[in-house]
Structures are given as structure tokens and as C-alpha cells.
Design a protein around this ligand. Structure first.
Ligand SMILES: Cc1cc2nc3c(=O)[nH]c(=O)nc-3n(C[C@H](O)[C@H](O)[C@H](O)COP(=O)(O)O)c2cc1C
Length: 399
């Protein structure tokens, strides 16, 4: 068994990017440098996330492509904002120019984002629409000569002789579709459509249970999926260094960020004053926040080396979510990745801040400890250190 490690190619960046004072004012040159770093270090690819505002994902992929040679750009797309035939044209162009290095992350966002873009379908219907949208996309991408007739989407047959980008003489490779969805309609959508199902991380056992539930639904349709997860990462030579850094991040985080994150996580009708969790560790943390202070770093550890402390994508005070972080020594973090792998995770989309610096740390400390399946030889940043970790069978003969 072997894993794919992806990094993150999305602004903002910084030392503590969830706090104004720790966020950098980066631009295009920084994204190019980040893409070149991810590529050079031998990551399988990178996730380009989408929301309202920020940089457009497909523009970033197209614009940074020439700084890279082999990484895959996993671009998140909300269905319906572009005609599926137009998206197929853009994807085909990027794939032609990059030698097939675009994959798409089929995401469905949330009501606020979607409505701001002018999409007013309610949550469950969004998944019905999305399924049809991605089928229409695949249809157009394949170059099918006939039209597409769905409930929401009608594509007339393409005009004869329409220009198609030259495809380096090869058949067009299908675009790999990744995606997520935890609700029942989200899972039903995923199992009909996706090649790789993604979930935010939890404990290995709970994540594995989720993958097995999704897998059982896929099996009913005769399909099988690959699985991947998303984690932040703080990896250092020793446990102590890693946890000291986690504590430093907590020290840089404002109480206000904890309050903002809580407002997003609390169940409807609950407030910080009223909410009680069945988990006493969470209640103790909430008591600290009620008293006006943030709990210590170790108080957010939900499983060895799995942490729900502050992160750009939220502060999981009520439980793991988008900001869940691997914290620890290289050996322990590698062991945890193997534990996730044993539960079915094949792809790991990681990020640590600042993105370029931490991408180097992960490649230096972690890559030599993992069996990587990136489809190319992954360079060793520090061959001397790495040599002490690679299995004897893979070591070069000593002179
Ligand atoms: C790894 C991962 C990445 C995601 N990236 C995005 C994204 O870039 N933009 C977005 O709007 N939603 C993103 N999502 C959210 C999903 O589209 C979806 O809204 C979420 O999983 C909730 O699922 P549900 O609608 O079934 O409740 C992501 C989810 C996961 C697990």
C-alpha cells in the first residue's frame, strides 16, 4: 500500500493566516513560487480551494502551470457557475497544455456562497443538479457528437467542425473527479459520480467508519471509490518541538477567533452560555473560553497526534472539522498517516503555514518515512537523512 501526499495552493498565506497580524499580503508571484515548490519537492499535487471571492481556481491553475512539470492541480469547482460545456473546454485546454494534470474537486459549498453567486437551489436539490451538471460536463469533455438532455441542463449537439484543442495525438484522458459530501444527498451524489471521495479528518477509526459507510453505498451501485482526507500539519524532529509550536500558534490566536469559530459550529438555538457537550474535555475547554482565556494546546488533542486547535479553516472547539491537524514528530505523524491508510485513506491533502516553508519541512521529515505513490520518482531533499529511513531493500549499494 502507498499514499499520495498533496499540498495546498490557495491564498492566503502567512505565519498565522487566520489572524490579521499573521496573514501576508501575497500575490501572483507568491502563488507561482508555491506551485514551483510543491512541484519540485515531489508532492503528488495540490488542492486549489474555492469560496466566494479570493482567486479563481482555474485561473490560478492555468497561470501557475508553466512553473511546474508534474504536479496535479486539484481544482475545486461549484457546479453551475459556468456552463458544463464551457468548463469542459477550459478543463480540456488546461489538460492539453499540462499533459493531463488537472483533476476537479466537485464541491457544493453552502447556501450563503451559492446564493451570492446567483445559485438559489436549496441544499438537497443542489446535489441533484450537481449530479446532472457533472454528467453533462463529462459528456461535453468526451467530445460526444450528440447533445445532452437533462432536467436542468440542455446542451445542443456541438456544431460540426468546431475547434478542439490539439491533444498531443493522444485520446483525451477523462478528468479525475474528486469531491465531498457528508449529508445523505451528499453521499448519494458522491457514490454515483466520484473517483475519489474526500472527507475532513477525524480519528482514524471514525474516518474509516465513514469511508466504509460510503463504500457500502457505492457497492450497491457496483462502484468502488478511492478515499482521501484533508489535514493541517505540524511536523518537527521531536514531539516536544511540534507541541511547542502548536502552543505558540495558540498563543498567537485571539479569543475573538475562538468565538467566531464557535458561532459557526454551535447547533441552531445554542449559545456558548447554553451549550453542553457530552464530551467533558470539550466542556472544560468551553469553560476556559467563558472565563476569557484559550485552553492550552494539549487540551485540543482528540487522539494521539490529532489536534483540533486553531487553523485557517476553523478552530474545532466542538469537534474535528476542516482545520484538524496532525501534530508530532516525523515518526509519530508517519505512524498516524499509516493508521489512516489502514482505514482506507489513500490521499492526504496537507497544509501547514507558511505554506512554502512547511512544504519543505514535510518533504524533508516525512517523505522518507512514507511509501509514496506519486507516479514519478520523488526527490530526496536530504539523501543522508533519508537513507537512514528507507528500507534496506531500497537502499543504493554502498561503495
Ligand atoms: C477536503 C474537502 C475540501 C472541500 N473544499 C471545498 C471548497 O473548496 N469549496 C467549497 O465550497 N466547499 C468545499 N468543501 C465542502 C463540501 O463541498 C461540502 O459542502 C461539505 O463536505 C458538506 O457536505 P454536505 O453538503 O453533504 O453537508 C470541501 C470538503 C472537503 C471534505
Amino acid at each position: 500500500m502507498a499514499v499520495k501526499i498533496l499540498w495546498y495552493l490557495t491564498a492566503p498565506d502567512g505565519v498565522v493566516p487566520w489572524e490579521e497580524k499573521g496573514r501576508w499580503d501575497t500575490g501572483f508571484d507568491h502563488l507561482q513560487q508555491l506551485a514551483a515548490t510543491i512541484d519540485k519537492l515531489g508532492y503528488y499535487g495540490a488542492l486549489l480551494a474555492t469560496g466566494y471571492g479570493g482567486n479563481d481556481v482555474l485561473t490560478v491553475a492555468a497561470a501557475t502551470l508553466s512553473a511546474t512539470r508534474r504536479m496535479t492541480f486539484l481544482g475545486a469547482v461549484h457546479p453551475g457557475l459556468l456552463s458544463p460545456a464551457k468548463l469542459a473546454q477550459i478543463a480540456l485546454t488546461i489538460n492539453t497544455f499540462s499533459g493531463g494534470r488537472l483533476a476537479l474537486n466537485a464541491v457544493n459549498g453552502n447556501d450563503a456562497t451559492q446564493q451570492a453567486y446567483g445559485m438559489h437551489l436549496a441544499h438537497d436539490e443542489r446535489y441533484d443538479f450537481s449530479l446532472e451538471y457533472w454528467r453533462a460536463f463529462k459528456h461535453a469533455y468526451s467530445g460526444a457528437p450528440e447533445g445532452f438532455h437533462g432536467k436542468y441542463i440542455q446542451l445542443a449537439p456541438p456544431p460540426p467542425g468546431g475547434y478542439r484543442p490539439a491533444h498531443a495525438g493522444a485520446e483525451r484522458e477523462p478528468v479525475s473527479l474528486w469531491g465531498a459530501g457528508t449529508s445523505a444527498p451528499g453521499v448519494a451524489h458522491s457514490v454515483q459520480l466520484l473517483d475519489t471521495y474526500l472527507s475532513f479528518a477525524d480519528t482514524p477509526q471514525r474516518l474509516g467508519d465513514k469511508f466504509r459507510r460510503v463504500g457500502a453505498e457505492a457497492a450497491k451501485l457496483g462502484r468502488s471509490l478511492e478515499y482521501g482526507t484533508r489535514l493541517q500539519i505540524i511536523v518537527r524532529e521531536t514531539e516536544e518541538e511540534a507541541w511547542d509550536y502548536a502552543q505558540w500558534l495558540v498563543d498567537q490566536t485571539s479569543l475573538d477567533y475562538a468565538h467566531q469559530s464557535l458561532r459557526r459550529q454551535l447547533p441552531p438555538g445554542e449559545t456558548l452560555e447554553t451549550y453542553r457537550s457530552p464530551d467533558e474535555r470539550i466542556n472544560r475547554n468551553l469553560d476556559a473560553i467563558r472565563a476569557g482565556r484559550l485552553p492550552k494546546a494539549r487540551d485540543y488533542e482528540i487522539y494521539p497526534n490529532i489536534w483540533t486547535g486553531p487553523a485557517l479553516h476553523g478552530f474545532g472547539l466542538l469537534g474535528p472539522g476542516a482545520g484538524t491537524t496532525l501534530v508530532g514528530s516525523a515518526e509519530n505523524v508517519a505512524a498516524r498517516i499509516r493508521e489512516f491508510e489502514a482505514q482506507g485513506a489513500k490521499s492526504f491533502i496537507l497544509s501547514g503555514w507558511p505554506l512554502i516553508e512547511e512544504a519543505h519541512r514535510v518533504a524533508h521529515l516525512l517523505f522518507p518515512l512514507l511509501d509514496l505513490d506519486h507516479g514519478f520518482d520523488v526527490p530526496l531533499l536530504n539523501a543522508r537523512r533519508a537513507r537512514s529511513f528507507v528500507p534496506a531493500s531500497l537502499k543504493e549499494p554502498q561503495p
